[in-house]
Design a binder for this molecule. Structure first.
Ligand code: BDR
Ligand code: CA
Length: 309
């Protein structure tokens, strides 16, 4: 199985990525690190614990990470994810504990100790990953690959040019995209094809378990927010495309391309400039998602909720 650390800011779609990683037999989930993004790091950490508690995911360490970007002020997304970062269902007091170590220390310890290189799966701002690479360059070869949700080959969502996770910490994204690591980027150009339609929500709800009910409520809240803010007919479930790609490599179509992070643009800071046509002559530094098998994706998501029971 594939040893994985999720680095996330749950977040409705992050929550489903935790479920998929915990449920799928091809993944060995070594830990979850949290970061400020959709909400403050205090809230995203609480939410990771809530998700693990409601899904019965035990023994997976949860380590809290950076409270804000490498440089400048942070942004949060209460318009999409609510004040809690995971609005919709009610959650009881989480029983799953938080690890005593911060995210960078947890990454250091885990990558040092694990017998084979580990896959990192960031689905929030890249602050923790960049901070780790800057603090521990000697451990870069303990990273098998990075499969992240962020950016876009086209338009953004937080600005016309920038996607939320990259805009929230462009300097961190720049560190990661220039790291030389094996990088896979799944962005909005793919995730906006993966809409959790009423049919998908009905399939989840029909599983009939308490977890399925929570999942259906998460998707319903997320859908209402996307309808109000963006006029979408249904919500795109961005983040689980990462683990879905790991366990089903053909599910997302990739192209090898040069990607640069815009750090200084007047109107375009945080843009992922993807050279799909090879016009820059730059060396490809990322495998970039360009298409997805949507039906296979929803089967994986529904199976994960069923497996966790
Ligand atoms: C990304 O931003 C967050 O709101 C989602 O969780 C996802 O990671 C989409 O732009
Ligand atoms: Ca996220």
């Amino acid at each position: 199985s594939i040893p994985v650390i999720l680095d996330c800011d749950p977040g409705h779609d992050d929550a489903f990525n935790i479920l998929l990683a915990a449920a799928h037999p091809a993944v060995e989930l070594l830990g979850i690190t949290t970061v400020a993004g959709n909400q403050t790091v205090g809230k995203t950490t609480l939410n990771a614990r809530r998700v693990c508690t409601v899904a019965g995911i035990e023994g997976v360490p949860i380590a809290a990470g950076m409270a804000g970007p490498l440089r400048g002020p942070g942004i949060v997304a209460p318009d999409i994810h609510g004040e809690s970062g995971l609005d919709g269902p009610g959650f009881g007091e989480p029983t799953v504990p938080v690890d005593g170590r911060d995210a960078v220390t947890f990454l250091r310890d885990t990558l040092r100790a694990h017998p084979v290189p580990v896959t990192l799966v960031p689905t929030g701002p890249l602050t923790n990953i960049a901070a780790f690479l800057l603090a521990h360059p000697e451990l870069a070869d303990r990273i098998e690959r990075v499969v992240l949700m962020g950016g876009s080959t086209g338009r953004g969502n937080r600005t016309p040019a920038a996607e939320f996770n990259v805009l929230a910490d462009p300097e961190a994204a720049d560190v990661v995209f220039r790291s030389g690591l094996h990088l896979t980027m799944i962005g909005l150009n793919v995730s906006h094809r993966a809409l959790a339609t009423p049919r998908v929500v009905a399939r989840v709800r029909a599983l009939g378990t308490p977890l399925a009910g929570v999942c259906a409520e998460l998707l319903t809240y997320f859908g209402d927010a996307y309808r109000e803010v963006f006029g979408f007919p249904a919500p795109p479930l961005h983040d689980p495309l990462t683990v879905a790609h790991l366990v089903a490599p053909d599910l997302v179509t990739l192209v090898h391309a040069p990607v640069a992070i815009e750090l200084t643009g007047t109107h375009t800071r945080g843009a992922t400039v993807v050279d799909l046509d090879g016009v820059t002559g730059a060396r490809p530094n990322a495998y970039v998602g360009v298409d997805v098998d949507v039906d296979a994706y929803w089967d994986l998501i529904v199976d994960a909720v069923r497996t966790l029971g």
